[in-house]
Design a protein around this ligand. Structure first.
Ligand SMILES: CC(C)(COP(=O)(O)OP(=O)(O)OC[C@H]1O[C@@H](n2cnc3c(N)ncnc32)[C@H](O)[C@@H]1OP(=O)(O)O)[C@@H](O)C(=O)NCCC(=O)NCCS
Length: 175
């Protein structure tokens, strides 16, 4: 599903100047998305170029990007409706831009899209060996639902987490 209008990133990141521009990705964002993927994920967790290309071409996947300076992409969010859920397939913020609320804003945007699509759950998989990441998702209302053994490869487990998309007024702003 593709919408054309750029959006303002919700919540805390809106204090950044200039305000980050959130928009849906196009096919010519492939190279920038690949560069972001390399900067953000180790090999086991990284999507292949072919997978990213497929996501950009898919009518079901929503790929949202945050434009940075000099034509760079500073953040990306891949969302996919799966039955009664909206799956956060990937979420990443450029290392030099972390800790400023961009990830929080992208997660809020995922909840906004889930409410717009009227799905029952927001779901994601998070690295079971990364307690900071798991705690961050928990502070955003996600709960551990199932341990996915060797999800990222042998011995690299993930927690499947989920939350109710809720009402806009229940979004967590507790950073
Ligand atoms: C997870 C991620 C998107 C957060 O982006 P961000 O823009 O830094 O997020 P925010 O600025 O909104 O929040 C920063 C918080 O991230 C938390 N955090 C999340 N994952 C973390 C990690 N792996 N290591 C350290 N801190 C992490 C910190 O606790 C920090 O909390 P604080 O604000 O209380 O200090 C970013 O760290 C990232 O791209 N990581 C690599 C890719 C990844 O693991 N993505 C998740 C896929 S499941």
């Amino acid at each position: 599903m593709r919408t054309s209008t750029p959006e303002r990133l919700p919540s805390s990141a809106s204090c950044l100047q200039p305000a980050p521009r959130l928009r849906q990705a196009a096919s010519d964002d492939l190279a920038s998305l690949l560069e972001l993927e390399l900067a953000c994920f180790d090999e086991a967790r990284r999507d292949t170029p072919a997978a990213i290309r497929r996501s950009l071409a898919s009518s079901r996947m929503e790929v949202w990007v945050l434009d940075g300076l000099a034509g760079r992409i500073d953040g990306a969010l891949f969302l996919k409706p799966v039955r009664k859920s909206l799956s956060v397939e990937s979420l990443a913020v450029r290392p030099g831009m972390r800790g400023r609320g961009l990830g929080h804003g992208l997660l809020e945007w995922a909840a906004t899209r889930a409410r717009a699509l009227a799905v029952r759950w927001l779901t994601l998989e998070a690295d079971a060996a990364d307690p900071d990441l798991l705690g961050w998702y928990e502070r955003h209302g996600y709960q551990r639902a199932a341990l996915m053994v060797s999800f990222y490869g042998p011995g690299r487990d993930a927690w499947r987490m989920r939350r109710d998309p809720g009402d806009p007024s229940t979004d967590l702003i507790n950073r």
